[in-house]
Design a protein around this ligand. Structure first.
Ligand SMILES: Nc1ncnc2c1ncn2[C@@H]1O[C@H](COP(=O)(O)OP(=O)(O)O)[C@@H](O)[C@H]1O
Ligand SMILES: [Mg+2]
Length: 481
């Protein structure tokens, strides 16, 4: 049970709050003055302190300052009779987690308490140690903050600087092509072409001429000379999609080209030399294809100098909320519609579904729901039937409920709590909720961080389309979107 200390000079008020919070299930201690409260903080193991601002003798601000000096990790919520931005800034600057304006509704207080306790718990668990890593949620157009996706970002970043061949494997719809593009566009070749060939879409002979080009008259229908994709990708990147579907004969030819970096057009004699960086993808398990004798082992090793294996969506379900958030915005923009919200209940269904079609299927579901849903919020009835039938085996409603009970941020859209914001950003959003906006300076003050850090945090919120920048220069403000 969590222990909360309440400090207020009005004894009646203490009584009311004590009853309320005890009923909710907290252990409650009360003090009617700051000096006594300071003693209690040393003699008890507290999880949270709630203090009034205006008290005779040592006031709330002073109490806060002294408490922070002794026990900086206990979260403090300030109660003020009237709210001004300056007061709020001052309190947060001195380390308060949040503040609440009297009179407040019971639910408002309880919500603020839950937020503070959750943050405290996360801090205790050292979850913020690897913050730099946690903050990474996006690479180019790729969205995802799960551990595996962050590892994928790291590999992309490293490999982009080299010209090593990359093999990307994963089920259909997991984002392989997106990753291939990200590699190209973060590489020194980014201003050169990215050329893509789908090896499963064409019969063998057509694929060959597609890849290597052909001379006029090389075969029936070859009425003109045509450049192949290899040539077109010169100095850029060639993306061989579904390379596992390539015929054995073409595999041999491809291997030769990769080894010698030269080839002839179909029906031609001139030897061409190209410098194309190769990225290949397959939804098959190529290693297994090699074992079964369907894919050449030497080609396999040529292709997979670096191997990126993208797990199916059902194995990185913590990416679902952030992907939904991303697609809600993407679809709204593409159709000129306002951004819709998604109910908690609907999110739960998305979380439990087994997503055989992976991210592509999720994108389609969101697109359909946005277009079909009449109101501002997507609810379970706006989702397709299948979603209720094919649940991921082994996932209970309770489990997903637990996974989806992050730090509370009610009223901001049901997705916000799950987007992996850091503690400073959560603090800023609460600040905007109360004051309408935040500035870079206020951000620095309430979080006590450097200008550079503040800018990075705020830019990320803008990029995630959670806040919008208004105005420019010194008067730039950030408001909720
Ligand atoms: N991590 C992701 N973030 C954002 N969009 C994604 C992500 N993964 C896949 N998508 C989207 O899902 C669809 C399928 O992705 P794609 O790269 O074509 O998958 P694959 O090549 O593995 O079949 C595309 O519209 C893509 O933009
Ligand atoms: Mg693909």
């Amino acid at each position: 049970m969590e222990t909360i200390l309440i400090v207020d000079d009005e004894k009646n008020y203490l009584l009311v709050l004590e009853t309320l919070l005890t009923d909710v299930g907290y252990e409650v201690l009360t003090c009617d003055n700051a000096n006594e409260a300071l003693e209690v903080t040393t003699s008890h193991d507290l999880d949270l302190v709630i203090t009034d601002m205006r008290m005779p003798g040592v006031d709330g601000m002073e109490f806060l300052a002294q408490l922070r000096g002794r026990q900086p990790e206990i979260p403090v919520i300030m109660m003020t009779a009237y709210a001004t931005v300056e007061k709020a800034v001052e309190a947060m600057k001195r380390g308060a987690f949040d503040y609440i304006t009297k009179p407040f509704k019971n639910e408002e207080l309880i919500l603020t308490i839950r937020k503070a306790l959750e943050m405290h718990r996360l801090k205790r668990e050292n979850r913020f140690l690897s913050q730099e890593l946690q903050e990474r949620f996006k690479f180019g157009n790729i969205v995802g903050k799960s551990k595996v996706m962050r590892q994928v970002y790291e590999i992309i970043e490293k490999v982009a600087q080299t010209r090593a061949s990359v093999l990307i494997t994963g089920e259909s719809g997991t984002g392989k092509e997106l990753i291939a593009r990200a590699i190209h566009f973060s590489s020194p070749r980014s201003d050169k072409p990215f050329v893509s060939v789908n090896c499963s879409a064409l019969p063998e002979t057509l694929l060959e001429s597609e890849l290597f080009g052909h001379e006029r008259g090389a075969f029936t229908g070859a009425v003109t000379r045509r450049k192949g994709r290899f040539e077109l990708a010169h100095n850029g990147t060639l993306f061989l999609d579904e390379v596992g579907d390539m015929s054995p004969a073409l595999q041999v030819k491809l291997l030769r080209v990769l080894q010698e970096l030269r080839f002839e057009r179909v029906g031609g004699t001139t030897t061409l030399q190209v410098d194309a960086r190769l990225v290949a993808a397959s939804n098959r398990d190529l290693k297994r294809e090699v074992e079964l004798g369907r894919f050449r082992e030497d080609l396999y090793y040529r292709l997979k100098v670096v191997h990126i294996s993208v797990p199916p969506l059902r194995e990185r379900r913590d990416d679902i909320p952030i992907l939904v958030h991303h697609f809600l915005r993407k679809v709204a923009k593409a159709n000129g519609l306002p951004v819709k919200n998604l109910s908690h209940e609907a999110l739960k269904h998305l979380y439990q579904y087994d997503w055989v079609g992976n991210v592509r299927e999720l994108e389609n579901v969101i697109e359909r729901a946005v277009i079909l849903c009449d109101g501002g919020e997507i609810r379970p009835q706006d989702l397709p039937e299948e979603l209720f039938q094919k649940r991921l085996p082994g996932i209970t409603g309770k489990e997903s409920e637990e996974a989806l009970s992050g730090p509370e941020m009610a009223g901001a859209g049901d997705l916000l709590p799950y987007l992996g914001l850091n503690a400073r950003q959560v603090k800023a959003i609460n600040f905007i909720r109360k004051n309408g906006y935040i500035t870079n300076d206020y951000y620095i003050q309430i979080n006590q961080i450097s200008d550079r850090h503040a800018r990075r945090d705020l830019s990320q919120l803008v990029e995630m389309e959670i806040v919008a920048r208004v105005g420019g220069g010194r008067s730039t403000r950030y408001v909720l979107k």
